[in-house]
Design a protein around this ligand. Structure first.
Ligand SMILES: [Zn+2]
Length: 345
């Protein structure tokens, strides 16, 4: 009987705690209110499947030779990104058309040359010192004598999304609706050889990580995996609730009100055998206490193969996913209060 009595006492305590936890969650959820509905709808429309298609085809073309970090193809690819930001009149935070943070060869495995993180910056109008980072890696697996690893999904898809999101925010800014917080677009080098560029950035940040409010990271968001053959309108979200409950609800509300993708959290489980949470660049931000969301559409037979090519991307779905990231970013950049980090995290 004693054992049972203890058990029921525990249950009682447990249910009280659960209730108040539930109430707390509901309060946070209710606090997420999108006020700029019309502006968000207007600037979301600048994100188009046609432009995303162009970016993916170009960024994963043979011209960039598989974008292996430090090699000539990757150097060309980062210059392509720089030229894009110049053409969009989105400046670098480093000034003087210097869009590159040089990542030295010493932090790479043996045999790799130094290469570049690419940075572009839209300054906030009210809280310019608070930074939202939107990221994705620019490098891939390079080429052999026979084949080029084009990396259209990995990570042409995330790169294309970033370019469209940057353009959308810049058009809004030109029209007098620039973000209140600053947004840093960060294309990492050396992800494929161990998250090198993001580790370097988080150890040598351009803006204090204390003032970095969140990181939205894209890595492989253009395909439809076997589990979703019957419903391509999905995205895996990883990490959204690990450091900030508010971030999770901002993301959910953005989706419910504007996009309506199926948000699939199966890989967010801490026990997930794939451990995707630690396998892309956002992880280096999370390790420093910055709340993150990792956007991912899953693995496929072409993963890390030369067959990861642009015609296999689902462009309408990639466009929806890009809009979800843009709208989540809009809230994070414009809400009157900075997204809260959970005290117990
Ligand atoms: Zn990747």
């Amino acid at each position: 009987m004693k054992v049972l009595a203890i058990a029921s006492a525990l249950t009682l305590v447990g249910s009280c705690a659960t209730l108040s936890h539930k109430e707390k969650l509901q309060n946070i959820k209710d606090s997420v209110v999108f006020n700029d509905t019309e502006l968000i709808a207007k600037y979301s429309k600048t994100i188009t499947s046609e432009e995303i298609n162009e970016h993916v085809y170009r960024f994963s073309s043979d011209e960039f030779l598989g974008r292996k970090a430090g090699e000539i193809g990757h150097n060309k690819a980062v210059n392509y990104l720089k030229d894009y930001y110049i053409a969009q009149q989105i400046p670098s935070p480093l000034g003087n058309d210097n869009y590159f943070q040089q990542v030295p060869s010493e932090v790479f495995p043996d045999g790799y040359k130094s290469s570049q993180n690419v940075l572009a910056f839209i300054e906030g109008s009210e809280y310019p010192d608070e930074i939202l980072v939107i990221s994705g890696h620019s490098d891939h697996e390079g080429h052999t004598e026979e084949v080029i690893f084009n990396g259209a999904d990995d990570n042409g898809s995330g790169t294309a999304a970033m370019l469209e999101i940057a353009q959308a925010f810049q058009i809004a800014k030109t029209n007098g609706h620039g973000p209140k917080r600053s947004i840093l677009f960060l294309h990492f080098t050396g992800e494929e050889v161990g998250l090198i560029g993001s580790r370097y950035y988080t150890n040598h940040p351009i803006f204090s990580l204390k003032n970095t409010v969140a990181n939205l990271n894209t890595d492989m968001i253009g395909r439809v995996d076997d589990a979703h053959e019957d419903n391509p309108n999905y995205i895996y979200l990883i990490g959204s609730d690990r450091l900030s409950t508010e971030l999770h609800f901002i993301s959910e509300t953005a989706n419910d009100e504007f996009v309506n993708l199926e948000l699939d959290y199966r890989y967010n489980s801490v026990n997930d055998p794939n451990q995707f949470y630690s396998r892309s660049d956002h992880y280096n931000f999370a390790q420093k206490g910055v709340p993150v969301i990792f956007y991912f559409s899953g693995t496929h037979d072409d993963y890390n193969q030369p067959t990861d090519t642009a015609e296999k991307i689902n462009y309408p779905v990639l466009t929806k996913r890009t809009k979800l990231i843009f709208i989540t970013a809009w809230y994070l950049a414009n809400n009157d209060t900075r997204v809260a980090v959970d005290l117990d995290s």
